[in-house]
Design a protein around this ligand. Structure first.
Ligand code: MG
Length: 257
């Protein structure tokens, strides 16, 4: 095994003895030298964002939520979603499970607005946790990160478990916030990854992820390798047990580069 392949294996699997399950071309941004959830990783600077950037959907967008119905979504195992809709927003019903889009998407531009509960409860990862999971597996973290310390790669705007946000752009609990996400899906040749997934995230108008190459899907415990999947898959919103609200969600498919 070449030296750089061993390095990638270590990055992807977190274990130097495991064989590389897939090989990612070595680029500067596809390497994560910090271990997952390292609490000694530097905390991002405070950006002093001023709140949600509200972007009405372009005419060619697919509307995922317009404040009125969950028609574009399914719940666990394809059942009707059990999240509530009221006053122009949807809200996580804790314990009801993630919801996912009926339609499937690959390369995409996505806009989503969210608000964490105004009465912040819990600490760290248990304070108003949710998330946007592109293709159901690449998570942009939602959390109340306003004065709530947690491991940097788990903050709001993090690519969960991989990259902290470049800045902490979080607003106080209860205020509406926004993500604008540009996502490029991974490319596979057979089961082999030939180009990693890539994410750009603008959080409340602040760039927090700049064309980041993901080292694999979101995982818990230790980092997981890429595993082959279809070119288009549903987008999920996470039920982590806290009543986070969402509104104005839309997506546009992106042409191939
Ligand atoms: Mg989450």
């Amino acid at each position: 095994m070449k030296a750089w392949m061993r390095g990638i294996a270590l990055i992807v699997t977190g274990c130097s003895s495991a064989p590389p399950p897939s090989v990612v071309a070595p680029t500067a941004s596809s390497t994560v030298t910090w271990t997952q959830h390292d609490v000694t990783r530097p905390q991002p600077p405070i950006a002093r964002a001023t709140g949600a950037v509200i972007v009405p959907p372009p005419a060619d967008a697919t509307i995922l939520f317009d404040g009125r119905s969950l028609d574009a979504w399914t719940g666990v195992n394809g059942a009707a979603p059990r999240w509530t809709v009221a006053s122009g927003y949807m809200e996580v019903v804790p314990g009801s499970g993630d919801i996912r889009t009926k339609a499937a998407f690959g390369d995409a531009q996505m806009h989503v607005e969210f608000a964490t509960p105004s009465r912040a409860e819990g600490e760290g990862q248990n304070r108003s946790n949710s998330g946007v999971l592109l293709m159901g597996r690449y998570e942009v973290q939602i959390l109340d990160s306003y004065g709530n310390i947690t491991y940097p790669d788990g903050q709001a705007g993090a690519i969960y478990g991989q990259y902290p946000p470049l800045a902490n752009a979080s607003m106080p609990p209860g205020e509406w916030q926004s993500f604008d996400i540009i996502f490029r899906r991974p490319r596979f040749e057979g089961s082999r990854v030939v180009r990693p997934a890539r994410l750009t995230v603008i959080y409340n108008g602040v760039v927090v992820q700049d064309s980041r190459e993901l080292v694999g899907p979101t995982s818990h415990g230790r980092r997981a390798p890429y595993a082959f999947h279809e070119d288009r898959l549903p987008i999920s919103l996470q039920d982590y047990g806290q009543p986070v609200r969402f509104r104005n969600i839309w997506v546009r498919e992106l042409s191939a580069e």
